[in-house]
Design a protein around this ligand. Structure first.
Ligand code: CP
Ligand code: NVA
Length: 299
């Protein structure tokens, strides 16, 4: 069987996503005791910071009987200019899977092309597919699935937003995005999604959130955009998820945020700490979905 990578949500079919979430729920319920990664190692390359991704992949690999290696790009020869294609081929001789978090999505594609073991995208500037698998599990648990439901995205059309578009396209639910001009999601991803499901971009957050079952946001300045933080604060004025905005959503809507959050910017303390917030379930679900993913790719 050829090796499989997970670089973006559409690398899985809708049925495979459902199967993966079924397995993740079984794992979360403590009904999965196998150790399919016994004797196996996951190499985890990080060129950006991480709390959730690093810890959930490391703990998840351990729980499946395997070993996870944290590889900071600063310490790897990669950080001194060793080509990605060489790194891919060398690591493939030692490890059974590679997870990578980095800036340029093309680097992850290149790594996957030259690696003979499965490669998992742990976030690029373009996409964050593992996050959205966890978000989907949270949506299943907290609003009973996405069929006939509306999800809203408020704020930056960034990596997480692009992966939400991918999910909407593969699974066929409605996604409305409210983004300031110039901060819309990737045009190509949006246009392709438009052929598959109902998606729209709004200038007014209230319009996007109206009757939505899920209200999702993320930081205004992602990793690598720290220098733009002040300018972005101005551009995103009016795009905070606050209690007033949440009142436009469905009464039982949930609030999601991939974290880390900047309270007082993209979300108020009241909303993230409020009764509709599911952000810590969402963070926990990273562990369960990624364990299911590792079984799917590395067993
Ligand atoms: N949500 C997320 O990916 O968190 P980390 O940056 O802490 O990994
Ligand atoms: N959009 C954020 C997500 C962090 C998990 C970033 O890329 O920094």
């Amino acid at each position: 069987m050829p090796k499989r990578d997970f670089l973006q949500i559409p690398d899985l079919t809708a049925d495979e996503i459902r199967e993966l979430l079924d397995l993740a729920r079984k794992m979360k319920a403590g009904k999965y005791t196998k150790r399919p990664l016994a004797g196996k190692t996951l190499g985890m390359i990080f060129t950006k910071s991480s709390t959730r991704t690093r810890v959930s992949f490391e703990v998840g690999t351990f729980q499946l009987g395997g070993h996870a290696l944290f590889l900071s790009a600063r310490d790897l020869q990669l950080g001194r200019g060793e080509p990605i294609k060489d790194t891919a081929r060398v690591l493939s001789r030692y490890v059974d899977g590679i997870m990578i978090r980095t800036f340029d999505h093309a680097d992850v594609v290149e790594l996957a092309r030259h690696a003979s073991v499965p490669v998992v995208n742990g976030l690029t500037d373009h996409l964050h597919p593992c996050q959205v698998l966890a978000d989907l599990l949270t949506v299943q648990e907290c609003v009973g699935g996405w069929e006939g439901k509306v999800a809203a995205w408020v704020g930056d059309g960034n990596n997480v937003a692009n992966s939400w578009l991918h999910a909407a396209g593969v699974l066929g639910f409605e996604l409305r995005l409210a983004c300031p001009e110039g901060f819309e999601p990737d045009r190509e991803v949006f246009d392709r999604t438009k052929e598959l499901t109902t998606v729209s971009i709004h200038e007014d957050p209230e319009e996007a959130v109206q009757g939505a079952h899920v209200v999702n946001t993320d930081v205004w300045a992602s990793m690598g955009q720290e220098g733009e933080a002040e300018a972005r604060k101005l551009a995103f004025k009016g795009f905070s998820v606050d209690a007033q905005l949440m009142r436009h959503a469905a009464p039982d809507a949930i609030f999601l945020h991939c974290l880390p959050a900047h309270r007082g910017e993209e979300v108020t303390d009241e909303v993230i700490e409020g009764a509709q917030s599911r952000v810590f379930d969402q963070a926990e679900n990273r562990l369960h979905v990624q364990k299911a993913l590792l079984v799917m790719l590395m067993e």
